[in-house]
Design a protein around this ligand. Structure first.
Ligand SMILES: [Fe+2]
Ligand SMILES: [Fe+2]
Length: 135
């Protein structure tokens, strides 16, 4: 069973970003599955690294659109992306150093990390982009 379920209330009204968010949800669910079945640590590390890489791509895509359309909250949003990236890299570092484990704690962290940003800051650009004809 999926840990995070995609529902329409997560839609930010821009197809590209919805698709990227769905992929992020899928990657968190995949990692959860690996932890649940107790797969090798190397497999979990690889899944987490893949999630982080995809996150960077996604953040860059949002920022590119924000610059292109002159989104007024661009700087604030970019700062938040940087903070989120730093947070997940810190968790990754703690895992590597043996100060944290692949566990439900990591999955809960990733869920909150992802969902709060989508439902909070990302949702704020919905009306803006739709108003520019970006859907
Ligand atoms: Fe996003
Ligand atoms: Fe964002």
């Amino acid at each position: 069973m999926d840990y995070i379920k995609w529902t329409d209330d997560l839609s930010v009204g821009v197809e590209l970003f919805d698709n990227e968010h769905k992929e992020l949800v899928r990657l968190v669910n995949d990692l959860n599955q690996l932890i649940f079945v107790g797969d090798k640590v190397s497999a979990m590390e690889k899944a987490l690294a893949g999630l982080i890489e995809y996150t960077k791509t996604h953040f860059a895509d949002e920022e590119k659109y924000m610059v292109k359309y002159n989104y007024p909250d661009y700087q604030k949003h970019k700062d938040e992306h940087e903070k989120l990236t730093a947070k997940v890299l810190d968790f990754q570092k703690r895992l590597t150093e043996g100060k944290a484990n692949f566990s439900i704690e990591l999955i809960n962290f990733l869920r909150d990390w992802l969902i709060h940003h989508i439902q909070g800051s990302d949702m704020h650009y919905k009306a803006f982009f739709n108003g520019k004809g970006v859907k």
